[in-house]
Design a protein around this ligand. Structure first.
Ligand SMILES: [Zn+2]
Length: 188
């Protein structure tokens, strides 16, 4: 079954601090609001997916996911236009949310009550369908910004004769600590 990527575009309002911007302010506290459009990427096959950057519209993302199981939600950084719908998307299948810990402060500006379950680290790996998604820590846009590198050709799941997946665990391996954290059990 071929792994594919679906894209969902959603729009919303991003409020940002204007202290290092030449834009005019439109809030009393000096912040500025901008209408923004964001991409959400859904990587997987007909059975399971990982959702990357659920931006503004959880319903639109879950519509695109359909009846496939959400194994994890990855936020490439903590700004509101990449994490706003994360909790609602993750909640449906009780999927864990992954974020680099250096962006926890910005995450908490949007979600003060709920922390991500997975601390991503450079070199970490997620497995979904028949691909590995590797975490590259790329600070710059924000301290905890990451890129997700698709490494094709490595099949880590296997199929029984009846066509159902073997039970296996989605794992994010953290090379800094040497720990592999089990995220959830895929359907067996
Ligand atoms: Zn950003």
């Amino acid at each position: 079954m071929a792994t594919r990527i679906d894209r969902v575009v959603s729009s919303g309002v991003l409020v940002i601090d204007s202290t290092d911007s030449t834009d005019s302010t439109d809030h009393d506290n000096g912040a500025i609001s901008r209408q923004v459009e964001n991409n959400t990427w859904i990587v997987g096959d007909d059975e399971e997916v990982i959702v990357i950057d659920p931006a503004h519209d959880a319903a639109a993302v879950l519509d695109a996911v359909g009846d496939r199981e959400v194994l994890a939600v990855i936020c490439t950084h903590g700004h509101a236009d990449h994490v706003t719908a994360a909790l609602d998307v993750a909640q449906r299948d009780e999927a864990p949310i992954a974020l680099h810990p250096d962006d926890q402060m910005t995450w908490r500006e949007v979600h003060p009550e709920d922390d991500p379950e997975i601390d991503m680290a450079d070199g970490g790996v997620f497995e979904v369908a028949d691909v590995r998604l590797e975490v590259l820590h790329t600070p710059g846009h924000s301290r905890g910004a990451v890129c997700i590198y698709w490494r094709p050709g490595l099949c880590l799941s296997s199929r029984k004769a009846d066509g159902r997946y073997h039970r296996r665990r989605l794992r994010h391996h953290n090379p800094a600590t040497g720990r592999a954290r089990g995220a959830r059990t895929a359907r067996g």
